[in-house]
Design a protein around this ligand. Structure first.
Ligand code: MG
Length: 320
């Protein structure tokens, strides 16, 4: 078993998408909604597409598939020639971090651990404080997914001493978006913006004063990458490119975008979060991705790779 091989509790629903353009170009991406985070489910996206309506997630599928199609057409691999980006280690369930696992994480070369929190702030605060004390080599990123209110967030932070706070690189989506609340939260730690971004008009915010977040999480599967990149440059923010905890095709797409952004904005790019393969049981696709410690090294094939596997898929046309 590889480190953190925590298979999803139940199967998740997503679709590999093959997009064909009238000029004959073909590219691939994956559609992986998160109904838990407020997305419509898979069939709703596909039904809409069948009716000619393109959801925001499907728009990203098409954008990514176009990148793949262009690379395939040119006989290029999307990861070739890009700087390697180090990834954090993702911990979906803080109750599952054993001493043996943390040793393995360390020896694999990871130095940053991302932990999803927001279920039980007191228990999680104890866990985070203990993990930081016992592992001084480790930097932590926490993600509340806006699941708590300000008083719970404050209670969590009150349990972090200065030594712990110094080891928390940032906290993502601490509470549901609200400018004043986020400004208060930003007094307690560095805040990162992820899923709440679609509720914000950063252009307007910038004219009002300093942004309450210093880091933007860019998920190519979910967000307009060009707009996010502009936001990062305009306000000189840091960015973290992550997968959407989706199919290995999405992992390679995210890794390619992470490498490109690091190439263009080296001083704004933090460690990425594309290495989410361990969140699922290995499959034919995930085993093709060459991983070395915290780095995604390469994948064989054109575009995002997997040429032979994608050729074997029995595709179902959306329209009959
Ligand atoms: Mg997040």
């Amino acid at each position: 078993m590889s480190i953190g091989a925590v298979a999803a509790q139940e199967a998740r629903k997503g679709a590999l998408m093959k997009v064909q353009w009238p000029n004959g170009k073909v590219g691939y991406a994956d559609l992986h909604p998160w109904p838990e985070l407020g997305d419509h489910d898979l069939s709703t996206h596909l039904d809409a597409l069948r009716a000619g309506k393109i959801s925001a997630l499907v728009e990203q599928v098409i954008w990514l598939a176009k990148r793949d199609a262009d690379a395939r057409k040119e006989g290029k691999n999307l990861l070739t020639g890009l700087p390697k980006v180090k990834n954090h280690f993702l911990l979906n369930d803080s109750t599952k971090l054993s001493d043996a696992m943390i040793k393995e994480i360390k020896s694999a070369g990871f130095t940053t651990l991302k932990v999803k929190v927001g279920k039980d702030v007191d228990q999680e605060a104890k866990f985070i404080a203990r993990t930081i004390k016992q592992n001084t080599w480790l930097t932590l990123r926490l993600d509340f997914n806006a699941k708590v209110d300000f008083s719970q967030f404050e209670r969590f932070m009150s349990q972090m001493g200065s030594a712990e706070r110094a080891k928390i690189e940032f906290i993502e989506d601490p509470i549901p978006w609200d400018l004043d609340g986020w400004r208060e939260a930003a007094k307690l730690t560095t805040i990162a913006m992820d899923n709440e971004l679609d509720k914000v008009d950063p252009e307007r915010l910038g004219s009002v004063g300093e942004l309450p977040f210093k880091v933007v999480v860019i998920k190519p599967a979910r967000q307009d990458v060009e707009a996010a990149k502009d936001l990062v440059s305009k306000f000189n923010l840091k960015c973290v490119v992550t997968s959407a905890l989706d199919h290995p095709v999405g992992v390679v797409h995210a890794a390619a975008v992470a490498g490109e952004i690091k190439k263009i904005l080296p001083n704004n790019s933090l460690e990425a979060g594309c290495l989410s393969l361990r969140s699922y049981k290995p499959n034919d696709y995930s085993s093709r991705i060459q991983v070395q410690g915290p780095y995604i090294q390469s994948v064989v094939g054109h575009g995002v790779g997997f040429d032979d596997l994608l050729a074997k898929v029995e595709w179902t046309p959306l329209k009959k």
